[in-house]
Each structure stands twice: as structure tokens, then as C-alpha cells.
Design a protein around this ligand. Structure first.
Ligand SMILES: Nc1nc2c(ncn2[C@@H]2O[C@H](COP(=O)(O)OP(=O)(O)OP(=O)(O)O)[C@@H](O)[C@H]2O)c(=O)[nH]1
Ligand SMILES: [Mg+2]
Length: 359
């Protein structure tokens, strides 16, 4: 494929000039660039210059994956595909990714990819403002976005069910002054225009949130059509029913791309304590003035963070959540260290056994 063939369809699905460079090694081949817009049991739905293609991994690709040279394809990936028959093809390579969003710990399973999506420009953290307004969970999601260096915004749904929406707005703006937040009634469409206007043509926005928060309903409202299945939350506990089970990308009428995702059950931290520190930048700024450079902000003398909490400059709840996330990240780091040491020790035993078995 040459540059003139970088057609409108690819551009509509987020092709950027950088991908011309990424695709350069395949330019002289018969391969076509294609973007994964839906994953499911080893079959990927993609958009290519010749339209929609259902693709699977080629044998060579699987071999390269076994050698650790190719990665597991995920939604949002740009691939080099070979055409097989009408509407079908094979993934031959994954183009270098511009961004990745890692699944939170708790969502990652041993055999599964640790990455939820690739080439994402923005993440919208979707939360049910009426039944599940949970500031601490938002902080967890923000820490994940921050670790992956993906800009994020907050979307509060079910604004129509709030008695005093302004109080919630103030609470969100107070706690997250650096993040745009949108309060939306996805049933009537109130608040949808401001949100839609924030989405750029050709940019990819991923929705994340718990089940029942209204991610799919939001997409239907943005498209003004019932294109995604939705279901009411359970009456007994107000939880969602995990209606969406696969990740899928949709092209909105304004030209932006939006990814619907299954509801996240647990938002466990997968990053190191350093990146948690970075995502609480107000606390990180204060920490510079702590007496000790390795201050844990848990009671050391001369702690500038605790002083700010006492003076009401940092919300107590935010401070406690920061400590909790740090502790989670530290425990995870210790577990990783221990398992590394264990692997090294097992490796050394195997090596000694091999040597002693030599004639
Ligand atoms: N009143 C009101 N109800 C809403 C709004 N947004 C979503 N809902 C309702 O919330 C319920 C759950 O919505 P879904 O869109 O299925 O939620 P989801 O986040 O996609 O859930 P999963 O697919 O399970 O992850 C549905 O009954 C929606 O009609 C809103 O803004 N106002
Ligand atoms: Mg859904």
C-alpha cells in the first residue's frame, strides 16, 4: 500500500501520520493496514482500506508471539494484514503502539493480555452519580490513567436522578480541579452536547467504569440510536448486570471514536509507588517540603503533607486514599520482588543440577 492509498476510511478510524512511518516496513508487501475495532475469541473485526475484515493471527505471527517478538493483539491496535478471501484476512504484525491502557489488577488473569486497549487518546471514567458516586474509586482510575500517561476526564451519568446536581458538581470540581467533568442525563440527552464537543474527530476515547454506570447508554445517546445493548441495574443492590462482555469501538456522528468496555469489578493498583505519588500531584508538591526526603507521611516529624491535612488544605479522605493506594502499590512491589528472587533461586538450583548431572 502506498501513501495515496491511506484512504478516508483509515483516517476516519484514527490513522495518523506517525502510522505511515510505523507501516513503512510493510509498504512493499501485499499487506494492508487495519485497525482492530472488536475482539472476540481469536477473531478480530478490523477496518482496512478495503472495508471491514474479519481477521485471525497468521501462523508466522503466532510463532513470533511464542518467541516474544509479537504482542497479543488488542482493540485499537493497528495491524499489517494479508487478505485471505472476501472480507477475511490474517494478522501478520502489530504496528508500534502510541499508547496502551493496562487492565487494573484484579481484571488481569494469568492467561489473558494485561493490556486492555492500544492507541487510545483519552479515557473517560464513567460513574453513576446517583447510586455510586465514589470519589475514591475515581482516584484509583485516575492513578491507572496517569501510570499509562493517558489524559482522562470524568463523566457522571444519571444526573437526572440527582436532587441537588450542583452539590455533586462542586464536590467533583473541588476534588478533581484538573480534570474536566461532565454531568449527563443520557436518557433525555441533557449535558450530552458539551461532552460531544470535547471529543475530536479521529481521536479514540475509551470508556471505563463499573457495570451499570451507563457506558453503553451513553454511546447510544451520542449516536442517537440503540446500537449497543443495555440493561437496568439490579434492584436488590443497585449493581450492574455485566451486560457488555466485549470491547468494541464505535464511530460517532461527530467523527470521534469511542470504545465501550465491560464493567470493571475491582480497580487494583498495578503501578509502582512512584507513579501513585505522581498522580496525586498536590501531595507530591507538598512532600518536597517534608523534613525527610523518604517521608512516608504517616507520622514523621516535619511532614508537610500531614500539616496540610491538619490545616484543611488537603481533604482528609484524599490523604487516606493516597496512603491506601501507596500501601497497595508497595505490597505489590514486594510480592514482585519476592517472586523475582524465587525465580532466580529456582534458576540457580536448576543450573547446579544440570552441572552436577554432567559426566
Ligand atoms: N435515569 C438514567 N438512567 C441511566 C442513565 N444512564 C444509564 N442509565 C441506565 O442505567 C442502566 C445501566 O446502563 P448500561 O448502559 O447498560 O450500563 P453499562 O455501564 O454499559 O453496564 P455494563 O455493560 O454492565 O458494564 C440502564 O438501565 C440505563 O437505562 C442516565 O443518565 N439516567
Ligand atoms: Mg455496557
Amino acid at each position: 500500500m502506498n501513501n495515496t492509498q491511506t484512504n478516508e476510511l483509515l483516517i476516519a478510524y484514527g490513522w495518523k501520520s506517525i502510522y505511515n512511518l510505523n507501516f513503512a516496513p510493510y509498504r512493499e508487501t501485499e499487506y494492508l493496514p487495519a485497525r482492530i475495532i472488536r475482539e472476540g475469541r481469536g477473531i478480530y473485526r478490523t477496518i482496512s482500506p478495503v472495508g471491514e475484515l474479519l481477521v485471525q493471527r497468521s501462523g508466522t505471527f503466532i510463532n513470533l508471539q511464542d518467541l516474544g517478538i509479537q504482542v497479543e493483539p488488542v482493540i485499537g491496535d493497528w495491524c499489517a494484514v494479508s487478505l485471505l478471501g472476501t472480507g477475511t484476512g490474517r494478522i501478520e504484525a502489530i504496528l508500534p503502539r502510541q499508547s496502551v491502557f493496562h487492565k487494573p489488577l484484579g481484571q488481569q488473569t494469568a492467561n489473558d493480555a494485561k493490556i486492555a486497549a492500544a492507541n487510545i487518546d483519552k479515557v473517560a471514567i464513567v460513574q453513576d452519580a446517583r447510586f455510586d458516586f465514589n470519589i475514591r474509586r475515581i482516584e484509583r482510575f485516575l492513578a491507572l490513567c496517569h501510570a499509562d500517561k493517558i489524559p482522562s476526564m470524568l463523566v457522571f451519568t444519571k444526573a437526572d436522578l440527582l436532587d441537588d446536581a450542583d452539590a455533586y458538581r462542586r464536590r467533583a470540581a473541588g476534588r478533581f480541579p484538573d480534570h474536566p467533568s461532565y454531568f449527563i442525563d443520557a436518557i433525555s440527552g441533557a449535558g450530552i452536547d458539551a461532552f460531544m464537543d470535547s471529543l475530536e474527530q479521529g481521536s479514540s476515547l475509551m470508556l471505563i467504569g463499573t457495570s451499570g454506570s451507563g457506558k453503553s447508554t451513553l454511546i447510544n445517546r451520542l449516536c442517537n440510536a440503540e446500537i449497543v445493548k443495555t440493561a437496568p441495574i439490579r434492584e436488590k443492590d443497585g449493581r450492574g448486570r455485566h451486560t457488555t462482555t466485549t470491547r468494541q469501538m464505535y464511530l460517532l456522528p461527530n467523527g470521534a471514536l469511542i470504545l465501550d468496555t465491560p464493567g470493571i469489578r475491582m480497580v487494583g493498583m498495578h503501578q509502582n509507588p512512584g507513579s501513585i505519588h505522581d498522580s496525586f500531584d498536590d501531595i507530591a508538591r507538598l512532600a518536597i517540603n517534608c523534613k525527610f526526603s523518604d517521608c512516608t507521611h504517616r507520622g514523621e516529624p516535619g511532614c508537610a503533607v500531614q500539616k496540610a491535612v491538619r490545616e484543611g488544605l488537603v481533604e482528609q479522605d484524599r490523604y487516606f486514599n493516597f496512603l491506601r493506594l501507596m500501601q497497595e502499590a508497595q505490597s505489590r512491589e514486594e510480592v514482585l520482588q519476592q517472586s523475582k528472587q524465587k525465580k532466580r533461586a529456582i534458576g540457580a538450583i536448576r543450573y547446579r543440577l544440570r552441572r552436577s548431572a554432567r559426566p
